[in-house]
Design a protein around this ligand. Structure first.
Ligand code: BGC
Length: 362
């Protein structure tokens, strides 16, 4: 995957281009943008998932182009470590914090400290809950991520075209500590539930509640274990799994490994998210059906533009002021559009846009 370069982006990614503001034209020599030596702390969750590495790299590069001094930290999915990293950043005198939270409810204390120091706080991709101290939110339309996944399965099985089924489906969701999880799952279930109610889709495991289908830490190995248990407990009479709702590519690959281990030679459609290189390879090989592509370069741009506006005392560009109530207030948000990608459009969406280098797929 490629590190963001604004001047490339404007030409290649339509959605990103719309999000760019005048600040996108700032100089790229690293010291004459609007940052003027101001400090940004970026707290990312983990390096085990490809997307966060690119988010971190893209944000760092874009902030540095604007003249900001950047501290970038990863906390290996340990919420308490993320809190300490943020405390350290506050101690270093950052002006802005950009945080992709590991646990959406563990940051209240540290964010109160941030506010005492007048730091602008941006919740990056994952909303931070139950605190007055988050100023803005940048993300994608998270409900739509789920509806794209659910719709893909319905269309793949032909349910929308009148196929009666019944088809066996199993459901997976992300980590309960991530605010996005319920948006993804509810978005997918809006599409799938009517077919479950109508008997065209059957969940043989009976596991349909978010708490039952959630995956701790978004961990593919945890999902693989759960899929194995489902297969050996509920698919013992020759039944086949015919579709799997999976929220994220790492989880999808865990599920596919479990199916593989149980002798599936043709994979049922398994969904995903993030357009990770390994999953795009699976899509090309017919092992994973689809992924939801979210252009993290565009998200970094929107976030940097927002910070630049705030620091310059201007109104940042917001396109949603109603969806994301964090339990304290509705957080003004800038949301981008996710895109459904499968074997028919990965070339145009991922390669031609420069998001993935074709050579990485070899
Ligand atoms: C992000 C997804 C990602 C997941 C696991 C979510 O908060 O929105 O893009 O797949 O976390 O890292």
């Amino acid at each position: 995957m490629n590190v963001n370069r604004r001047h490339l982006l404007t030409g290649t990614v339509g959605a990103a281009a719309v999000a760019l503001t005048a600040s996108a034209c700032a100089s790229e020599d690293g010291d004459s943008g609007s940052g003027g030596g101001k400090k940004v702390g970026i707290a990312m969750p983990t390096k085990t998932s490809e997307r966060w590495i690119f988010d971190g790299d893209n944000l760092k590069a874009s902030f540095e182009e604007q003249g900001y001094e950047v501290t970038l930290q990863y906390a290996n999915d340990v919420a308490a470590d993320q809190v300490s990293q943020i405390e350290t950043m506050i101690g270093q005198g950052v002006n802005v914090l950009v945080i992709a939270a590991i646990d959406n409810k563990s940051l209240n204390g540290v964010l109160a400290q941030a506010k005492e120091s007048d730091i602008t706080v941006i919740a990056y991709d994952r909303l931070i809950l139950d605190t007055p101290d988050v100023d803005y939110y940048t993300s994608f339309d998270n409900t739509k991520v789920g509806t794209l996944q659910g719709t893909y399965l319905v269309e793949k099985l032909g349910l929308d075209a009148g196929e009666a089924g019944p088809f066996n489906i199993e459901l997976f969701a992300g980590a309960l500590t991530d605010n996005n999880t319920k948006y993804f799952f509810n978005g997918a279930m809006e599409v799938l539930q009517p077919y479950i109610d109508g008997g065209q889709l059957v969940v043989l495991s009976g596991q349909t509640d978010l708490e039952q289908v959630a995956t701790e830490n978004w961990d593919g190995a945890v999902a693989q274990d759960r899929m194995e248990t489902i297969l050996t407990s509920f698919y013992t009479g020759g039944q086949q799994v015919q579709a799997v709702l999976a929220p994220y590519d790492g989880i999808s690959r865990g599920i596919i490994a479990a199916l593989d281990g149980q002798g599936y030679t043709t994979m049922p459609p398994v969904t995903g998210q993030d357009a990770e290189v390994d999953s795009v390879k699976y899509i090309i090989d017919g092992k994973q059906a689809m992924t939801v592509y979210k252009d993290t370069r565009a998200l970094a741009d929107v976030t940097v533009d927002m910070v630049v506006a705030v620091i310059d005392g201007k109104e940042p560009e917001i396109n949603d002021d109603s969806t994301y109530d964090n339990g304290d207030h509705v957080v003004p948000a800038h949301l981008l559009e996710p895109v459904s990608v499968d074997v028919t459009n990965y070339q145009a969406e991922l390669i031609d846009s420069g998001y993935i280098d074709e050579a990485d797929l070899a």
